[in-house]
Design a protein around this ligand. Structure first.
Ligand code: NAG
Ligand code: NAG
Ligand code: ZN
Length: 411
């Protein structure tokens, strides 16, 4: 009796290792590009962004999901680092805080040049792969970061922002967030206001990836119809697998397929299992599901590491991506499909966004209407002479003047 037991255990052990070995072999040349990591937020909270603090040493940083040895063990070759500022900074110091988070990402690249390479293009990512570095990109999480200004949007592009999540978990004056779908917030923009549409056009023109994580379903659909280039969900999972409004519903997954867009699966337990507990196998279920509904070209990874308190057992930190890839191989994903999910799908979308961009085209200039802004702590330069209400007034004046002239002529 015991020899067969022994043999069976040995066989299953070898098979497990075989998939993990295959995963690592694939990831050596095709490392993972993850859509969303909140290490910069941890650096702010723990060290007030002082990277010279000995405790902030990214080689030894403990108690975080992310540090340099873990990134290496996880075959992470590309990371969109989140430049995140919470919703309570909206209409306050959101722009300053966003710029400081972008700055700390740049300083990470400067302090650890052997590990990180800050890049701003798909070609830059490929170059970092060849150099064995973690291609580091800036993703701005939340449209409140531009303070309803196309000028700020463009300036952040020049600072390296290559995606912007249109909202965090609050409405902006021009786009609705997912809490509208739970009834906790009210819809203000019916998805996207006219100004919101000009933000999307400007992102297309510049070549910034549009990120639909955190937005309402109406916003998702409006943008998927409007955008001239594919979009991403940088950290969202499948609604059919866990009915949380942060996840992507099936009809939107169809649109993701039709537009060649990408869903980078979030590992947060609450979005994976709708429960405080979750495991690696349930994350693989989301990947399987999105692959089935939207296609293998529509799947990616957006772990949300260091942005959430609970992560699945088996996916405790960024070193665990090879285990997830091994699970996909165990589920008979083809090598090409795995490579797509790891980095090729993101590179395809990024290249399409770059191709659709056109810096020669005239920039969007129409400012948001003044009445859409909370004005209590801001100046209104520009608006005072050019506001629609002034035009209206002068228009009315002109009309009454010509009317008087008309009557004068009648006499
Ligand atoms: C993962 O969790 C699910 C749901 O609790 C459970 O059915 C499954 O056996 C778990 N898988 C592993 C490998 O632990
Ligand atoms: C969309 O679906 C079609 C048909 O299932 C599939 O051939 C195609 O690869 C999918 N697109 C993506 C981006 O996966
Ligand atoms: Zn988020």
């Amino acid at each position: 009796m015991w020899p067969s037991w022994w043999l069976w255990s040995l066989v299953s052990l070898c098979t497990a290792d075989e998939f993990l070995d295959q995963a690592k072999r694939i990831m050596k040349n095709t490392p993972v590009i993850d859509g969303h990591n909140d290490l910069p937020w941890q650096l702010l909270k723990r060290f007030n962004n002082q990277l010279q603090n000995p405790k902030a040493d990214l080689n030894n940083l403990a108690d975080t999901h992310t540090n340099i040895p873990k990134l290496r063990a996880g075959y992470v070759g590309g990371q969109f680092w989140s430049a995140y500022t919470p919703c309570d900074t909206q209409n306050k110091d959101a722009v300053k805080r966003t710029m400081e988070q972008i700055d700390v990402i740049h300083r990470m690249c400067q302090k650890y040049p052997e590990t990180f390479s800050c890049v701003t293009s798909s070609a830059g990512i490929r170059q970092a792969f060849l150099e064995g570095k973690v291609a580091s990109l800036v993703g701005v999480e939340g449209g409140h970061s531009i303070d309803s200004s196309l000028g700020v949007l463009r300036a952040l592009y020049h600072l390296g922002m290559r995606y912007m999540t249109l909202t965090h978990s609050c409405n902006t004056p021009w786009a609705d967030n997912w809490l509208v779908d739970t009834g906790e917030d009210q819809a203000h923009s019916q998805g996207l206001s006219p100004f919101g549409k000009s933000v999307v056009r400007e992102m297309n023109r510049l070549g910034i990836l549009i990120d639909l994580a955190h937005v309402s379903v109406d916003t998702m659909k409006t943008v998927l119809k409007l955008s001239q280039a594919p979009v991403i969900f940088s950290h969202s999972s499948a609604y059919a697998k866990c009915r949380h409004q942060r996840n992507v519903p099936d009809d939107v997954l169809q649109m993701v397929n039709q537009t060649g867009s990408l869903v980078m699966v979030n590992f947060y337990n609450d979005y994976v299992s709708c429960n405080k507990k979750a495991n690696l196998s349930q994350v693989a279920d989301h990947l399987d599901y999105i692959k089935k509904v939207a296609g293998a070209g529509a799947v990616g990874f957006g772990g949300d590491f260091d942005g959430v308190e609970r992560v699945p057992s088996g996916l405790e930190d960024v070193s665990k991506y090879p285990d997830l890839v091994a699970e996909l191989l165990r589920r008979q994903w083809k090598e090409e499909e795995v490579k797509g999910a790891l980095s090729e799908n993101l590179l395809r979308v990024f290249e399409a966004v770059e191709k659709a961009s056109n810096h020669m085209q005239t920039p969007e200039e129409e400012p948001i209407p003044l009445e859409m802004l909370e004005v209590s702590c801001r100046t209104i330069y520009g608006y005072s002479s050019a506001s629609p209400s002034f035009h209206q007034q002068s228009g009315t004046l002109l009309a009454s003047l010509s009317l008087s002239l008309f009557f004068l002529c009648l006499l």
